[in-house]
Design a protein around this ligand. Sequence first.
Ligand code: NDP
Length: 339
Amino acid sequence: MTVLVSGATGFVAQYIINDLLKQNYKVIGTVRSQETADKLKKLFGNNPNLALELVADIAAPNAFDSVFKKYGSDIKVVLHTASPVSINTRECEKDLLIPAVNGTKNILEAIKKYAAKSVERVVVTSSCAAVVDTSNQGDGSVVYTEESWNPATWEICQVNGISAYCGSKKLAEAAAWDFVRENRNAVKFQLSTVNPIYVFGPQLFDEDVKDRLSSSCELINALLRGKPEAQYLQGMRGNYIDVRDVSRAHLAAFQKEQAIGKRLILSNGPFTYQNLEDDFPQLKGKILVGNPGSGKDIHKTMPTIDNTKTREILGYPFKSLKETVDDTAAQILKKDGKL
Ligand code: NDP
């Protein structure tokens, strides 16, 4: 069976591709340039079951048409992971909202045009950013579930990069559900979404441990490497999920009947910005210690994410905070010759 994965170079997508190849799927990944295609192909050991195709910009009109024209009815499953994560932008529409929303619409329109009868399942990588309302950040009485939606609108979310990123994920996910409702008789596929919270975990390939890591892993990287921004990140708190569990959920999302039409909220509980020292004594005195022991009180001030329904559908335990943080940290320390 052939699975199309958009944004194949991504932190999450690389794990998904690895898991798909291990389960003997044929994978078509989309990447932005030939250079990244060549690099990625090599990292995957030139696996003959992995083909990479160029989609330079998911937001360009008809961005995915050439891929569907080429592979047509071979594609049975589409996993749309590509989306901009650049929160340090002031050009919210150009850099976040338009690519996220139009990228999602483009891949669904391409299915409708070229593979309406053959694509059976589509999984859109959304986010908990599409679920939570950031104005409730300090309210411990709030509970989010699979039914919750971020109230962001196109106009209101453009106050800064973070708010626009959250808006981009909400509006892109909403566009996917709208598409299915409006095209129920025109396409065969069933939709599911995967909505992760902060994704931690090691990079699939050690080569990808750069000075700066993408998205959530930079929180751990900045702390470990003593970057100046770690100072203000000390107050940071949130919920986490391991990248390996996120990948597994993408496969379950199209393999399991129970996942049809569902939003899978991926979170395994809260974290605060401390407690690496215990597991890596060589860091003692070299990184910020935060306020050890304060975590429990901080957690009481945070909204709860109740993803009971998702856990029932997935049926596997998520990795602990200790395992995900330690594995992330160990890979960085190894790269820096400190392990
Ligand atoms: P990455 O930045 O590692 O991956 C994003 C992928 O999208 C990359 O392949 C990137 O290509 C591609 N991409 C972005 N914009 C475009 C564009 N305009 N045209 C073509 N390709 C584009 O991020 P993650 O792996 O962390 O994120 C993957 C998905 O998971 C995203 O949808 C993200 O919103 C979601 N997510 C991630 C979380 C996290 O904490 N990491 C939490 C919740 C959701 P290139 O490599 O060339 O830039």
